[in-house]
Design a protein around this ligand. Structure first.
Ligand code: GLV
Length: 321
């Protein structure tokens, strides 16, 4: 019997491909940039499975163009780019890569927070630009982290891992989510559930870890920035459109808030006009899970999800629906 045929839509770790090739016939768009939409639609036409990325929209148009499709595995924990109800209606199984990137994403959130608060990137530019003339009591003053208040929006796996690290900085932790965590989790993380407006008013660092959906799009807008302390920082390593990026640029430029650390963008890979010139923002190119170890684990998990659906014909533990 011939093997199922799949498309891998981007360059991925070797371990991912090696595993796939043991079970399925692989066509590989082995590039560092996203597969053009027209080519994706064309290439998916005779495929049973897709191993895709968060830059590939899996929607009704794609499903119509790929009548043989049985499984879609996204090399990401987020799956807002996949129309899951449409896939379900067509009997297409959707899997993602939960859990394996929690710690690296939480670590990177802290890297952004510390870099923004302590002006690491500006300091680096200062040195490389030959501007350093010796120790100066008033040079590049940042904000304390230890002992401050961290507000976590979205208290799932990653939000909780971020909160856990705050213990090491003796921080007060507030959180907001659509549903409250168990009292055991709250006690273990020393985290207090508060309404969003209270979190925004009280926090020195507001860190976003919610999913992107209709309820969270532009959750952080002009009004939210108006509620935040002028001394506060916004950190976003979740999804760009949760933040109204034009409003953020206004808030950063007018010093309505003190700074930001961003890993994701509303119109990724583009940035809102003016953001690149905001010195009080630390900007990263969607790197939160980008460690060698984590990306290999994600690749293997993404491959396993697809193999579960196409070859083992079992319900994958990584199914999202
Ligand atoms: C990255 O953003 C992911 O969802 O894995």
């Amino acid at each position: 019997m011939s093997k199922p045929r799949i498309l891998v839509t981007r360059r991925v770790p070797r371990e991912c491909l090696d595993l796939l090739k043991q079970h399925v016939d692989v066509e590989h768009y082995d590039k560092a940039t996203a597969i053009p939409r027209g080519l994706l639609l064309k290439t998916a036409a005779d495929k049973d499975g897709l191993l895709c990325l968060l830059t590939d929209k899996i929607d009704a148009e794609l499903l119509a163009a790929a009548p043989r499709l049985q499984a879609v595995s996204t090399f990401s924990v987020g799956y807002d780019h996949v129309d899951v109800p449409a896939c379900k209606a067509r009997g297409v199984a959707v899997t993602n890569t939960p859990g394996v990137l929690t710690e690296s994403t939480a670590d990177f959130t802290w890297a952004l927070l510390m870099s923004a608060a302590r002006r690491v990137v500006e300091g680096d530019a200062h040195m490389r630009g030959g501007k350093y003339k010796g120790w100066d009591p008033l040079l590049l003053l940042g904000s304390d982290v230890s002992g401050k208040t961290l507000g976590v929006i979205g208290f799932g796996r990653i939000g909780q891992a971020v909160a856990k690290r705050a213990g090491g900085f003796s921080m007060r932790v507030l959180y907001h989510d659509t549903k409250r965590a168990s009292s055991d989790v709250e006690a273990a993380l020393n985290a207090v559930f508060v309404p969003l407006h209270e979190l925004l008013r009280e926090s020195d660092y507001v860190s976003v870890h919610t999913v992107l959906d209709a309820g969270t799009r532009h959750l952080l807008d002009d009004r939210a920035f108006g509620l935040m302390k002028k001394s506060a920082y916004l950190i976003n390593a979740a999804r760009g459109p949760i933040v109204d990026e034009k409003a953020l640029v206004r808030a950063l430029k007018s010093e309505r808030i003190r700074g930001a650390g961003l890993d994701v963008y509303e119109w990724e890979p583009k940035m809102a006009p003016g953001l690149a010139s905001c010195k009080n923002a630390v900007l990263a190119p969607h790197l939160a899970s980008a460690t060698l170890e984590t990306r290999v684990k994600m690749g293997v998990m993404a491959a396993e999800g697809l193999i579960d659906g196409l070859v083992r014909k079992t319900r994958s533990p990584y199914r999202v629906d």
